[in-house]
Write a protein that binds this ligand. Structure first.
Ligand code: ZN
Length: 580
C-alpha cells in the first residue's frame, strides 16, 4: 500500500476510534438506532474490522458496526429493523467516472449500444422518424462498428457513411454519437442545417477544423462522420435542452444509478446549467445519488468563477461536491484519436490527436493548484498520459507548497509507456480506470497497438497497484452500461462478458476481489477526498450501502455475473429495492 495512502488510512482509523470512544462515553444515555441492519454478510473494507453482521444507523450516519448480539442493544421501539437474511452487504459502491446526464440522455434517446449492424441502426432511425414531426432531431448514441457482425458498403476511413440514414430520414436531422463519444454520424438533413454540403462549383470543400476532422470520401464530399472538435459543427444545431427536460434526464440517471447499487458517482465534466440543476435538486432533497462533479473545462467562464471562489464541498448533507476540473488530453482508441508515442499498428503515420494543447493543460493545472481544485485529465494513449504527467509534475514544481496531497487524476490511463507507470505513485497521481473497457475493447485494441504495446502498458491495473498507485474503477457510463458487477468481473477475470478467452487477457494483470472491491469503494472515496465519510463501513461514516443477491467475494468466477443488486441504501434510507 502506498505511503501517502497509509497516512490517510491511519488518520481515518484514529478519527473512527475517537468517535467510537465518544459514543461509548455517552452511554448509558446512549442514543438508539433509527435503522438496525442485522443478519448480514458484511464486507466492511475496513482493515481493523473486515467482517461484521450488523450495523446501527442514526440519522444518515453509521453509529455501530459489529455482531448481531452487540447490535441488539442499539434498538428500541422506534428503531426500524432490517433483516438481510445472510445477504452480502458492502459500503455503497462509488462509480469513479461516468457522465450522469449522459446516462439519463441515453434513456431518452436512441440507445444504439446493442446494435449489431448498420442496417439495424438505420431501421431504428426509420422507426423513430415515424413517431416524429418533420424537422425534429433524432439523437442517438452508442453505436460501434467494431461490435457489428458485418460492415456496410461503403466504409470510409473505417467508418460507415450517412446515405442509409439520409434515405430513411430525409426531413429529420439525425445525429448518432459513437460509443466512444469521440465521433458522430450525421445525415444529410443535419449537415444541410449546419451548412455542410457536397462540394460543387458554388460550395467549396468544407473547411477543416482544428483538433477534429470532417471525414470526406475520395471525391471530397463529407461522409457524415465528424471526429472530435468537428462534432460541434452539427451538435451546436441541436436545440438547447429545457430545464424541465434536464430535470427529467437527471431523474432517469438517478434511477439507473440506484438500481445498480451506485450510491455516489463521479461526474466527469458538466456545464454551468447542469451544476445549477444539481444544486436545485440537492437543496430540495431530490438528489438520491451523491454527486462529485468535475467542471467542464470547455466552459472557461465557469472555470474562472471556481478559480476565484474555490471548491464547494459537501453541500446539502454531502449530496453534492464540486471541487475538480475535467480536461481532455486526447481522443479514444477506437476512432484512433488516442495520442500515441509511436504510430498506430493498423494505420501507419497516424499518431492520434492532441485535443487540448499541453500549454493549456499546464495553465489550468497551475490555477487549480492555486485555488484548491483537483484536476482530472482524460488521457488514453501513452503520449497523452506522459504529457499530462509532465504537466502535473511541472506545476507541482512551480508551487511546491501546494504539491502535497493534490490527488490529481488521469481519467482512463488506458495505455502507458513502461517508464511512466511508476510515475503515478511517485507523483501521487491517481489513475481512474474502467475495467469494463478492457473487457469490451481488448479484442480489437490489439489491432491498434500490437502485442508488444498491449503487454507493456494497456489496461495494466496490476502494474499500477504494484507500483503503489491507487486504482479507481468505473464504467464511463453511458459509454458502457453502469452495471458495476460487469466491471468488477472484468477487473478480476480480464475476460469479455462472454467469458473469453480462457484464463483472461494478460492474466498477470488481474486484481484480487478485495482490490476490485476497494477500487469501487475506498479508492474512489479517497480520489474525491472523501475517505473520512465514505468508502468503508465504520462508525462516523455515511450510511451508504449496497446489498447483493449473492456473495460476490466468494462465488465461483463463472457465477459472478449473475450477482444482482437487491438493495441500495443512501444516508440510512432504502432508496432502491429489487422486485422479487
Ligand atoms: Zn468519460
Amino acid at each position: 500500500m502506498p505511503f501517502f495512502f497509509m497516512k490517510y488510512l491511519l488518520r481515518v482509523t484514529l478519527l473512527c476510534l475517537f468517535i467510537f470512544i465518544l459514543m461509548n462515553a455517552c452511554k448509558p444515555s446512549s442514543p438508539k438506532a433509527d435503522l438496525l441492519i442485522q443478519n448480514a454478510n458484511i464486507y466492511t473494507v475496513s482493515e481493523s474490522q473486515p467482517k461484521a453482521e450488523a450495523v446501527a444507523i442514526i440519522g444518515d450516519t453509521i453509529a455501530f458496526v459489529g455482531s448481531n448480539q452487540e447490535a441488539a442493544a442499539w434498538a428500541d421501539d422506534h428503531t426500524q429493523l432490517l433483516d438481510l437474511q445472510g445477504k452480502t452487504m458492502t459500503p455503497g459502491w462509488i462509480e469513479g467516472h461516468a457522465h450522469f446526464m449522459g446516462i439519463g440522455e441515453n434513456k431518452m434517446n436512441l440507445d444504439l449500444l446493442q446494435v449489431r449492424s448498420y442496417e439495424e441502426m438505420v431501421r431504428q432511425v426509420a422507426e423513430a422518424v415515424r413517431k416524429m414531426k418533420p424537422g425534429e432531431w433524432i439523437v442517438g448514441r452508442g453505436w460501434h462498428q467494431d461490435k457489428w457482425d458485418s460492415l456496410p458498403d461503403p466504409m470510409v476511413k473505417g467508418f460507415p457513411t450517412h446515405q442509409g440514414l439520409s434515405a430513411v430520414a430525409p426531413q429529420n436531422p439525425v445525429y448518432l454519437s459513437h460509443a466512444s463519444g469521440h465521433a458522430a454520424l450525421a445525415n444529410a438533413k443535419a449537415m444541410e442545417m449546419a451548412g455542410i454540403r457536397n462540394i460543387s462549383p458554388e460550395a467549396p470543400a468544407p473547411a477543416s477544423v482544428e483538433g477534429g476532422e470532417i471525414v470526406k470520401d475520395p471525391l471530397g464530399n463529407p461522409t457524415g462522420i465528424f471526429n472530435e472538435n468537428a462534432m460541434a459543427l452539427i451538435r451546436s444545431h441541436i436545440p438547447e435542452q429545457s430545464d424541465e427536460r434536464n430535470e427529467q434526464v437527471a431523474q432517469l440517471a438517478m434511477q439507473e444509478c440506484l438500481e445498480n447499487g451506485i450510491t455516489s458517482l463521479h461526474d466527469a465534466g458538466e456545464s454551468e446549467d447542469i451544476i445549477a440543476l444539481y444544486k436545485k435538486l440537492a437543496a430540495n432533497g431530490q438528489l438520491k445519488t451523491r454527486l462529485y462533479v468535475m467542471l467542464s473545462s470547455q466552459d472557461t467562464s465557469l472555470l474562472e468563477s471556481y478559480f476565484n471562489n474555490g471548491p464547494e464541498i459537501g453541500l446539502h448533507h454531502h449530496f453534492l461536491t464540486i471541487r475538480s476540473i475535467k480536461l481532455y488530453a486526447d481522443g479514444a482508441l477506437g476512432s484512433r484519436g488516442a495520442w500515441l508515442l509511436n504510430e498506430y499498428a493498423d494505420m501507419p503515420g497516424e499518431y492520434g490527436d492532441e485535443t487540448t494543447p499541453v500549454e493549456r493543460i499546464f495553465e489550468v493545472t497551475l490555477k487549480a493548484l492555486q485555488s484548491g481544485l483537483q484536476v482530472c485529465t482524460h488521457a488514453i494513449g501513452d503520449r497523452a498520459n506522459r504529457e499530462v504527467l509532465d504537466q502535473y509534475e511541472k506545476a507541482f514544481q512551480q508551487v511546491p507548497d501546494r504539491a502535497e496531497n493534490t490527488r490529481f487524476r488521469i481519467e482512463h490511463a488506458q495505455h502507458l509507456s513502461a517508464q511512466d507507470i511508476p510515475r503515478f505513485a511517485q507523483l501521487g497521481v491517481i489513475p481512474a480506470m474502467q475495467a469494463i473497457h478492457m473487457s469490451s475493447d481488448r479484442p480489437w485494441a490489439i489491432d491498434r497497438l500490437g502485442q508488444a504495446r498491449i503487454e507493456e502498458g494497456a489496461y495494466v491495473w496490476r502494474k499500477l497497484l504494484d507500483s503503489g498507485a491507487i486504482v479507481v474503477n468505473g464504467t464511463d457510463a453511458p459509454v458502457e452500461p453502469i452495471n458495476p458487477i460487469a466491471s468488477f468481473y472484468a477487473s478480476v477475470t480480464r475476460k469479455t462478458l462472454q467469458g473469453t478467452p480462457e484464463g483472461g487477457y494478460e492474466a498477470s494483470q488481474k486484481m484480487t476481489r478485495e482490490e476490485a472491491l476497494r477500487s469501487y469503494t475506498l479508492f474512489p472515496a479517497f480520489s474525491a477526498f472523501e475517505e473520512e465519510i465514505k468508502g468503508t463501513i465504520a462508525p462516523g461514516k455515511l450510511a451508504d450501502f449496497t446489498v447483493f443477491s449473492q456473495d460476490l467475494m466468494q462465488v465461483p468466477e463463472a457465477q459472478l455475473l449473475n450477482t444482482r443488486v437487491d438493495l441500495t441504501i443512501v444516508g440510512g434510507k432504502i432508496v432502491y429495492e429489487r422486485k422479487p
